[in-house]
Structure formats: C-alpha cells, structure tokens
Design a protein around this ligand. Sequence first.
Ligand code: URA
Length: 275
Amino acid sequence: MEGAAALLRWYVDNGVDEAIGEEPIDRFALPPPQPVAAVPAAVPVTKAPIPLRPPPVPATPPPPRAPIPLESPQLVEDARALAESCKTLAELEAAIRGFDSCALKRTAKNTVFADGDPQAPVMIVGEAPGADEDRLGKPFVGVSGQLMDRMMAAIGLTRDGGFYITNILFWRPPGNRTPTLAEQAMCLAFVRRHIELVRPKILVLAGATAAKSVLDTVEGITRLRGKWTVHRLADGTEIPTLPTFHPAYVLRTPASKRLSWHDMLAIDRKLKELG
Ligand code: URA
C-alpha cells in the first residue's frame, strides 16, 4: 500500500491529477486504429544555381518574311529591272552571273553568256547550253555548235569578227528538262537587253524556242524559218531577223539541210544588201 501511495504521489507531482473516466479502458481490446492518410513527403528544396551573368535578353525576332516563290512574277520583274539598269555588255554579263533567282543556276556548273565578236554584223540566239557548254562555260561548243560554225563559215562568217552567239537560257536545265515559264521569262529579260546592247545588223534565231520567245509567237519553226521579220528594240530600231532550224535538228534531220543552206544564203544576201 505504501508503494501505491508513493506512485500516486509521484503522478500528482508530475501533473497527472485528474481521472479521465470512472471506468478503466482495455485499449488492447479496441479495434485497431484507422491508418492515417499519408502525408506527402516534403519536396526537397533545391537551390537554383546562381547564374554567373544574367541570361541574354532574346532579340526581337524579325517579322516573318514569306519566301518569294521561284515562279513569282516579282522575280521576273527583278530580272527585267536589273537587265534594264545595265548600260554595257560587261555590266550585263556581271548582272547575269550574279543573278541567283533563276533555279536553273543552282544545278548548272557554269553561266554560259556568249561567244564570238559583239561588234560582228550577225548575232545568233540559240536555245540552251548542253552538257559541253555547261562544262566549258561557252555557247555552241558541242557537235551542234561545230555544225553551226561550219554553216556560217560557208558564207564567210566566223566567231572571230563574223558573228556573235548566245542562247535564250544562260544555264543548262538539269537533265535537259523544259525550263518553266518563269525561268524562260527571267532569262528573256536579259536576252532582250543583250540584243539591245549588241545592236547587230542581223539577228538569227536558231530553233523553235529562240524564235518563239524572241518573236513572242506560238507559230512553229517550220512556218517561221526562212522568212525575214523584224525584232523591234525599245527605241524603235528594227533589226532584220531570220528564224532558222536549230543545228541539232539539222543533224537529226538530213532533209532539213537544204532549207538550212537556203537560210545561210539569205543571211549572206541580206548582209550584202545592208552593206
Ligand atoms: N544548243 C544550243 O541551243 N545552245 C548551245 O549553246 C548548245 C547547243
């Protein structure tokens, strides 16, 4: 009893001085306590590294610019304006070599500008550089060019003072594909200026493509060839112009040789007429 009294005193001394209930509770007989909802683990706080210098302020991006489609009339206009701004052949050649808007240029090895003498009485305009011309950067140096040289030599004209030669296109179309209308129009802007700056006595259009583009007609070469017409320059000057077969066609079609020879004789007569 003494022990129990001493224990009671010890409780009182420690503040346990009030009974909770009249009846004792057997807590082992109680149902197990409900699990308490898990408390989320505290997210470890990681310290952001202190930047050595403040992040750069992003520059204001330029407003998006729609790419100009390669077929855009704007590019044709650009070619026209550029061609018209050229006052000499050297300027025109530099402008064409620097002109990057024609897709043909991207696949070509060389820009094929012209060959022969720009002071010569005859200017010949052909179609497009082939593989040989693309490789060497000069027009009409392959087999059809050799035939052209022989035909012209037969009437006493050579590249050395007798004729000047160029093409409707300055770049070889990849796989010799047909150039698009915009590609043709861009090149034609330069070709027109080319003719204006050379001002030949006689213009010869070799093949259907050259004849149709320069004369702006849908008429076929069989109808056009051998008939003199005029190419009018911006200042009104009229250049006597003769469409003729392309030498590549003459090579493939022996029957066309006689007509081609007639055309050569017609050029010779016209030169004599013009003095
Ligand atoms: N055919 C052309 O029309 N031009 C050339 O330069 C070569 C072949």
